[in-house]
Design a protein around this ligand. Structure first.
Ligand code: GLV
Ligand code: MN
Ligand code: MN
Length: 398
């Protein structure tokens, strides 16, 4: 099955008829359908498929002569943010399967195993921790530390897994035999557009984190409560959002409040609580810590003027990642591709932090937009990405 045919198969899965965006939430039925699709596509290619206790998957193309040489792993994720685009994640998985087809058409015989992996909950859209599947597999977090996390409906992670027919706390994919990892991903900015090239190689990932801001005030009547008598947490939140934006702009960093919960959430009531999530990203770990500290300090100052209170909880923090420079150089040399940094998080960052030599290939995105239905990649660029990945795998698995 060609890249285009696989892509067509996936297009309807989890797509919202109203927004046109994807809702491929981990451990829900669209995600189960994607997992099943992956297993079928891999089995149709004669690959050995393993699914672990969390739903992480890997499909192996083993060399004809058994070997002790470490394996080459490639792949990405199939889950999406709420109302995300089609490419973030699936492009890396579909390209990996298509690259195996290209290598076979070329008559290539790997001397070491090539695995195609799919990591679960990469976006952290359900349980708030980015790259949950790969963090567990690499030991960056533990089952005990995450099992009681709740989703927006109050469902615990272990119950979500059981409901999906998986095995909470059970055996996870082993990366012990993996010698290197290469993740292909749609670019989530316009660097490759500006450079007029279809493919790039990643140099580093900016450190990034998610922080829950809980603002508490006092619920009261929107008409009868004099303005000076209010303790309105929405005001504290609003000033915090403006301060975060200003601080990030001043230092070419990133700060976003993209999610908000208001209690009681009534038009004619001053709220009692506002919970808002800050996503912050900087070029180095110290700057990230400073940015969040500054925003928090300004928020506390404002809270004392508003008669509200505030607590801040770090829910997911990922340190900066520099990808293996030798690997990046040898990939870049294949096609004279540019080596560029990214501000987006990836499972590749988690595997790299775990000591596995890791690289990423990016495919041009003409809109530069991501985490939105407007995310795009032209078919010709996707096919260039498949060729680039095939060249990379043949270099690494020879
Ligand atoms: C994942 O895509 C992230 O960067 O949040
Ligand atoms: Mn992704
Ligand atoms: Mn993403």
């Amino acid at each position: 099955m060609t890249f285009e045919a696989m892509w067509r198969d996936l297009l309807p899965v989890g797509r919202s008829a109203t927004s046109g965006g994807y809702r491929r939430t981990p451990w829900t039925s669209p995600e189960a359908e994607l997992r099943e699709w992956f297993a079928e596509a891999a089995l149709a290619r004669g690959l050995e498929v393993e699914t672990d206790a969390m739903g992480n998957q890997v499909a192996w193309w083993r060399p004809t002569t058994p070997t002790e040489l470490p394996a080459v792993l490639t792949g990405s994720h199939l889950d999406s943010v709420h109302d995300g685009g089609a490419f973030d994640g699936p492009l890396g998985v579909v390209s990996a399967l298509a690259a195996i087809d290209v290598l076979r058409d070329r008559g290539f015989e790997p001397t070491r195993a090539i695995g195609v992996s799919v990591f679960t909950e990469e976006e952290g859209s359900r349980f708030g921790l980015a790259c949950l599947g790969s963090r567990l597999v690499t030991g960056a977090t533990t089952w005990e530390a995450v099992r009681r996390r709740r989703d927006r409906d109050g469902i615990h992670l272990d119950d979500a897994l059981s409901a999906a027919g998986l095995d909470p706390g059970g055996e996870l994919m082993s990366l012990a035999d993996v010698g290197c990892f290469v993740e292909l991903h749609v670019e989530q900015g316009r660097d490759l557009v500006d450079r007029d090239v279809a493919v790039g190689v990643a140099s580093e990932i900016w450190p990034h984190g998610r922080y829950r801001f809980d603002f508490t005030g006092e619920a009261n009547h929107a008409g009868t409560t004099r303005m000076e008598d209010r303790r309105d947490p929405m005001l504290t939140y609003a000033m915090t959002a403006l301060a975060a934006n200003k601080q990030a702009r001043l230092a070419d960093q990133r700060a976003t409040f993209g999610r908000l919960e208001v209690t009681p959430n009534g038009t004619n009531a001053v709220p009692s609580h506002v919970t808002a999530w800050l996503d912050a990203r900087c070029s180095d770990d110290e700057s990230l810590a400073e940015l969040v500290e500054t925003i928090t300090r300004q928020s506390h100052d404002r809270a004392s003027r508003d008669g509200t209170s505030l607590t801040v909880t770090a829910e997911s923090v990922s340190s900066s990642v520099s990808f293996d420079p030798d690997l990046a150089r040898s990939l870049a040399a294949i096609g004279d591709w540019p080596v560029i940094p990214t501000q987006a998080g990836h499972d590749a960052g988690i595997l790299s932090a775990a000591g596995i030599p890791t690289a990423m290939l990016f495919v041009r995105n003409p809109t530069g937009v991501s985490h939105s239905p407007d995310e795009r990649a032209e078919t010709a660029d996707c096919l260039a990405g498949v060729e680039a990945l095939a060249d990379t795998l043949s270099m690494l698995a020879s």
